[in-house]
Design a binder for this molecule. Sequence first.
Ligand SMILES: C[S@@+](CC[C@H](N)C(=O)[O-])C[C@H]1O[C@@H](n2cnc3c(N)ncnc32)[C@H](O)[C@@H]1O
Length: 745
Amino acid sequence: MDQLAKVFSLQEQLVDFKGPYKNELATIKLLHEPTKKQHFQQLTKQLLAHLEKEEQNQRHDHQSCQEEARLLREEGNRIYKAMSNQNRLLEACRLYTKAIFKAESAYDELCLAFANRGMALQEFGYYQEAYDDCCHALEFGYNQKLQHKIVIRLAYCAAKLKNIEDLERHLECLREKDLNDGYIKQLLELEEILTDLQESKDTANKQTQKEEHLDKQEIIIDSNCDNRYMIAKNNIAAHEVIFQEMASAFVPIEDNIICHQCATSFMCAPIPCPHCHHRVIYCSRACRQSHLYIHQYECAAYRLNLLQMLGVSHLAMRLVLTYLPEILTHFTQDSNTLETWTKLLELNQKGHSKVDPLRPQYATSLGMISHLNKVSPNELMYYALSANLLQVYLEKHTKFFEQFPLNKRQDSKIIVSALILRHAGQLLVNGHVGYALSFSLDLPLLEPSIWQSTWRLKLGCLHKLSQIKLTTAMNLPYLSLCNHACDPSIRTKFDGRQIIVYASKNIKAGDEIFNCYTQDYNNSLRQERTEHLQDVYKFQCRCTKCMKSDYDEAYLNYHQYKCESCGKWFAPTNLNWWLESDLEVAIDCTHCKVQQVFPWYQQFFQLLENIHDKSSRQLLYKSFYQLNNCLLDHNSLKLNMAGELIEACFKAREDGYSLDTEDYLNLEKVIRQQLLAVSVQKGSHSLNYLGKMTYLWDLMALKKCKLDKEELETMLKLLENLAREIRDIFINYYNDFIEQQQQCK
Ligand SMILES: C[S@@+](CC[C@H](N)C(=O)[O-])C[C@H]1O[C@@H](n2cnc3c(N)ncnc32)[C@H](O)[C@@H]1O
């Protein structure tokens, strides 16, 4: 990072960005001025060489990768063989996974680790993942003489997956091998399964996939002026799906372990690329193969750790990589740089009024609004230098530019830089952040303490899935057509790389459909939102909520304290004082100006430290209920304290301290208060609500509380707001532990 800053600052001195902004092409051309170009590009190459050197210094040699992976795999084998250990399969898988990561490109170990993980996954019941691992074992050079061991496993998994074609292929391969009696017996069994599958194939219900009509409501996009927006053509009822969109490109945020192809964060058998220090991961072999085209141009950048320094410019480059085949068609023999650029930009004029969000065309992305003309010269310089760096990287470390006509190589470099710059500018105001409920565990699907079988949690473990994580930065150009309001008319659900947009309230035909780019009016102050919207999105918000005279009333209602002196309700100047590291800050009543002591605050957290002690817990519940005397209704601090109390009680239970009936009654009461407050602040369809709901479901599963039928049905309906695989986990949990006992009532 330091080196990047150093090189960028040297490059800045070589370019004059002071003049008026024209467009991305003209900006990039400034970096290519003949007099400075050589020195300028030399600095970029030096930076890349520096990263290469750093990577080489940190790289583990083949032998140590091999050795560390071997030790992990052998430890996995030891656990796998320990028949008395009921968690052995997932524990072994965990170690095999670590071995796969450690092996990097030491293929001789990598293939063994895949083979062994495949064996354990198969036994646990993850057949598709086991199948993929066996394919990887073969791909990375599993011993020729022992390959029948892997092929028989492939055949077994194909049989479990009812994949006749694969099963036929693997059995054919096995028939040609010289097998011992044991294997011949297995082969005959598999032959029988194949016959059964073939016979049942014809009678099986052929499920034709229904082509769902995805945008139930017609959306009009006014493209006559620069500022496009979305309106409802028909009345749209609250909670109806308005449209769905598939992200054409996305990148994982930070170090989240997410499949780079389908964006799932739920993987029981992560498959890392062996060449870029496992910085790119897939959930399946199919995803790995689908992503090969993009990854061939990114692998070296991941290896050099270049991309994490560049944030939005990385997503911009992915957009270019995704649409390269389309971009290439615009490079003709006889047009010059400006003509090619103009032709590319004309695409969006043709495209944006007829957009298919599920099959996004490049035109839609090219047409997104950008405010590069309004950013500071320093900011513009940063994005231009990042675009240039990525272009030079593609040139030096990949075969990317070989796809362009030979006589257009120079043009293509300038245009590719200009496109990366254009998309970075667009994504600054059009990028979307995906989020999901997640576990706060490393390799959560391989955590033996929480799973009873595939996708089925153990009793009392649903609350482990209560965290909300930001997962991806996405390009969703159709959703981006919605303008902002602080009281939006939509809510969004992220499901892998697909987004589903629901009406959050009734929308009348002709009404504009608004998204919210910040925290909404219910969860932030107008001034905070205004500053952010002005800084990033370059506009002054004039939505109905911001134009009201009591614009902050809703939010301030969640921060009302009763003054210890005058007894009046007030909202402190520093609303979230309890989130700050320095808790010594003085809180004064805004009416009588008397400084507050808040003795209940210290007392509560002291009691929390002794949660294992029954009498402390009793005092804790009492002091929580007493908060109602000094904190109004759904006060955010009270909500936070409820969260601390609930988590601490669940943790105590996990640590082996038994909670009694009174504890559970109190817990239920506190969880319900928390859920009510979250539904008021964030809405009951929010992930925040669903995350907190897991605690109540755990109490139900543990037979410590009961819900009436109506309440339970309402909660079940809310599961629609979860991504598919997370919803499955909730439904399995409901079926395993809740449904039956609720029926027994
Ligand atoms: C994601 S885009 C929305 C679609 C945009 N109107 C377009 O034509 O592409 C965000 C940009 O739209 C404009 N915008 C969005 N909401 C707005 C609002 N409430 N008032 C004024 N401008 C707005 C701002 O320029 C903002 O940076």
